[in-house]
Design a protein around this ligand. Structure first.
Ligand code: CA
Length: 238
């Protein structure tokens, strides 16, 4: 499971070693020498995990971890702290309090580091289901990425041709039906990290999704709730 890992470490030799090992394990690695630099990087791209050294120049790793936990966007960002042995005893409880996912004591073996990263990522993986969903005459198969329309009375099912984003959007809506989702919520859940994406992007993809569904006369399933957002509903709109 390749991930984007942000390594925050001020010692060049350690930073280099960690990056090398992580890249070898198939991860994409971003490096920062300080919490301040890491903060700027996180604002740009949300990594899948942060490997954070405790002792950093100026702002400490702990302060940075606290900040990440305070903000909505980074509240659940997985964090593994790197600590020196001397810091360990009295600070383990502090780590638990902040809610970091794990910590590793220096010196550590790269193999252990990779294993810990893997374990944290596995724990934090969003629940995705491969179950086939049938609703309102549509059948969505997450494994084959196919959507078909098979209304009763029609002998053949017709395939609905969707782009990857429209597919993810429809998948999300079909697993969270009858609820109204704001554009921001959809960006968060479907696009993941919405820093580069504007709200109106959602409208563009909703429009494309509806157009595709129109081909099988199912565009009424994706409804606009004026002033709020969108909803997938099998109950027809007035
Ligand atoms: Ca350090």
């Amino acid at each position: 499971m390749p991930a984007t890992v942000l390594v925050v470490e001020d010692e060049p030799a350690i930073q280099e070693l960690i990056s090398y090992k992580l890249r070898n394990a198939g991860h994409v690695v971003l490096c920062a020498n300080s919490a301040e630099q890491a903060e700027l990087m996180v604002n740009n791209v949300l990594p899948d995990l942060v490997l954070l050294d405790w002792m950093l120049p100026k702002k400490s790793g702990i302060e940075f971890a606290q900040k990440l936990r305070r903000e909505t966007r980074t509240k659940t960002l997985p964090i593994i702290m790197l600590t020196a042995r001397i810091e360990e005893n009295d600070k383990v409880s502090a780590l638990a309090e902040i809610g970091v996912d794990d910590y590793i004591t220096k010196p550590f073996s790269p193999r252990e580091l990779i294993a810990r990263i893997k374990a944290v990522l596995r724990r934090r993986m969003p629940e995705t289901s491969d179950d086939i969903i049938e609703m309102g005459g549509l059948t969505l198969n997450p494994r084959t990425h196919r959507v078909t329309c098979n209304d009763d009375g029609k002998s053949n099912s017709i395939e609905v041709i969707l782009g990857p984003t429209e597919f993810r959007l429809l998948h999300y809506l079909m697993t969270h039906t009858e609820r109204v989702h704001t554009r921001t919520q959809l960006l968060d859940r479907v696009w993941g990290d919405h820093v580069f994406v504007e709200d109106r992007t959602v409208d563009v993809h909703i429009r494309r999704l509806r157009k595709a569904l129109e081909e099988v006369d199912k565009d009424n399933l994706v409804q606009t709730v004026r002033g709020i957002g969108y909803r997938f509903s099998v109950v027809s709109k007035e």
